[in-house]
Design a protein around this ligand. Structure first.
Ligand SMILES: Cc1cc2nc3c(=O)[nH]c(=O)nc-3n(C[C@H](O)[C@H](O)[C@H](O)COP(=O)(O)O)c2cc1C
Length: 192
């Protein structure tokens, strides 16, 4: 099969799927939620997390104003909520009311934590830098919420209990199943 090589990159999705998250923020009495697929861990010590957010998003201004954001990881049953908050603007509607989103209390910040999340990070903004048409917002994780039964004793997501939301790009979502797990010990495989 022939490989296609392109130098006109445009919008690129070759590296998908990616875990879809819901980023939350609040400021000046307004709270909001948006879908974010561009996110990454950056450091263990201190625990840093990065999200790439367009400055056009209503959420961006709330994060700049409050210097805080939340990253919420939801089960596949909640994929519709990702599409809902990713397809609407907080400048026009109150997404928490419109989509009937229930919350848990944050502990270190004032960011909304979604009750249905199997994990969530409360982050304090430490850097906001522009790269092309997005801003890379880096936050220190000051509290991590997690559903105890969703994780194995080693802290790995238990796919028997929770199916994550993987975003394929466009309007397509998929999940990961336990049957496809491969255990590959790096100490064994790293040997020549
Ligand atoms: C699955 C999915 C992933 C998305 N990922 C991002 C992202 O990583 N960064 C971003 O700026 N926008 C992303 N978006 C777009 C925003 O979620 C969307 O523009 C949203 O309406 C912004 O809401 P707000 O204006 O209320 O902040 C994504 C949308 C979807 C559906």
């Amino acid at each position: 099969m022939a490989k296609v090589i392109s130098e006109d990159i445009g919008e690129y999705y070759h590296h998908y799927p990616r875990v879809a998250t819901i980023v939350t923020a609040q400021a000046k009495g307004r709270q909001n939620a948006m879908a974010v697929a561009w996110h990454t861990s950056i450091s263990f010590a201190p625990p840093l997390y990065g999200i790439a957010v367009s400055p056009k998003r209503f959420t961006y201004q709330l994060i700049v104003d409050s210097k805080e954001f939340g990253v919420n990881f939801l089960p596949f049953e909640q994929a519709e909520l990702v599409a809902s908050v990713g397809g609407s603007s907080g400048g026009e509607i109150d997404k928490f009311r419109q989509f009937d989103i229930t919350q848990n209390k944050p502990v270190k910040t004032a960011v909304p934590i979604l009750k249905d999340a199997y994990a969530a990070y409360e982050c304090r903004l430490i850097d906001d830098r522009g790269y092309g048409d997005h801003r890379l917002l880096v936050g220190e994780i000051v509290a991590a919420h997690s559903l105890e039964e969703a994780f194995t004793p080693e802290g790995i997501l238990d796919l028997a209990k929770v199916s994550p939301i993987l975003y394929l790009g466009g309007e397509r979502y998929v999940t990961a199943s336990r049957e496809t797990i491969k255990y590959l010990d790096r100490k064994v495989y790293g040997k020549d």
